[in-house]
Design a protein. Structure first.
Length: 315
């Protein structure tokens, strides 16, 4: 349908541009303005018409790129030339946010493509306990038995950023080390960002991180990939422990190299008094504290819904 859609878009742009141009010419010819004003208006109409035509032609290129056959064979070359020229000045740009969804891999000629979403899994060692335990987040994939969470209209920024950090290394995302240091420090605001209900209680002495690749558990039927998890009770499949990648080596509490690393990136340890000053007793802060401290009784989604309904009737 892309050629048909582009055709209607071109017609709409052409009609809109011609309508405004003819209105300007009509005012220019039958207006009561002087010669100088008419000359300036004529120059303005001409330059605006040329600019609109160039931008319109160039704007169609990102849309046409959705259909490579259309862009390669049937699309006018002058539009591509205009697009390349204007792109140097950031006048026209393609919408590149997740143009191809990160983590979606091909499956040859078979259908469907399988998902290989990279995720960082933090493992913590607690005081007096030798084995490692997973630190669970509220929203992002972790435990393969946990269903995907409903987040709208809330945007879980930390869980979202953890996905981007998994695409590279901790050296390219130094804030991950800062996050780990805050967890080791026992920072309450940071710990509230994690899933406290599923995480063990106690003091964390060491944290390490691994990278896994996640996919949805597949149904055993024609057209789908074999169920690699072999367990339909799980929501997710992920790479086996033998195939996991080390993302960050174990970091102990009070590690001097971590302090130097954080200092190099401009972070410092804040005292409890400084932390209190960063969140003054405002209305918004009180709501956040209430929602964070009463997750068992009221969810953030319910709170946002209540506020939306309240202010809808208020205005």
């Amino acid at each position: 349908y892309m050629p048909l859609i582009l055709c209607w878009i071109v017609l709409l742009i052409a009609y809109s541009a011609m309508y405004d141009t003819f209105n300007g010419i009509n005012d220019l010819l039958f207006g009561n303005s002087g010669f100088v004003r008419q000359l300036l208006c004529a120059i303005l109409i001409l330059s605006t018409s040329i600019s609109v035509c160039c931008i319109a032609c160039a704007s169609l290129v990102p849309l046409a790129s959705l259909d490579q056959e259309l862009l390669g064979k049937h699309f006018p070359s002058f539009s591509i030339d205009i697009y390349r020229t204007l792109s140097e000045y950031s006048v026209i740009s393609g919408y590149g946010l997740f143009r191809r969804m990160t983590g979606v891999r091909g499956n040859g000629a078979s259908y469907p493509s399988y998902v290989a979403r990279p995720e960082i899994v933090l493992e913590a060692q607690y005081d007096g306990i030798e084995f490692w335990q997973v630190l669970n987040f509220k929203y992002k994939p972790g435990d393969v038995t946990t269903a995907p969470q409903w987040i709208a209209p809330f945007h879980p920024r930390l869980d979202w950023q953890m996905w981007f950090a998994a695409l590279g290394s901790y050296q390219s995302s130094p804030w991950v080390v800062h996050l780990v240091d805050k967890i080791l420090e026992g920072s309450v605001p940071v710990l509230n960002l994690l899933d406290a209900d599923r995480n063990p209680k106690g003091n964390v002495s060491s944290i390490r991180a691994f990278r896994y690749y996640y996919d949805f558990t597949r149904i055993e039927e024609k057209g789908f990939l074999p169920n690699r998890s072999r367990n339909l009770d799980n929501w997710w499949w992920r790479t086996e422990d033998e195939e996991k990648e080390e993302y960050m080596p174990p970091v102990e509490k009070g590690n001097d190299s971590v302090k130097d690393f954080l200092k190099m990136h401009g972070w410092k340890r804040l005292s409890n008094k400084e932390l209190d000053l960063k969140c003054a007793p405002t209305f918004v802060c009180e709501i956040i504290k209430f929602a964070g401290g009463n997750r068992k009784y009221i969810s953030l989604h319910i709170l946002l819904g209540m506020l939306t309904i309240k202010y809808s009737f208020y205005y």
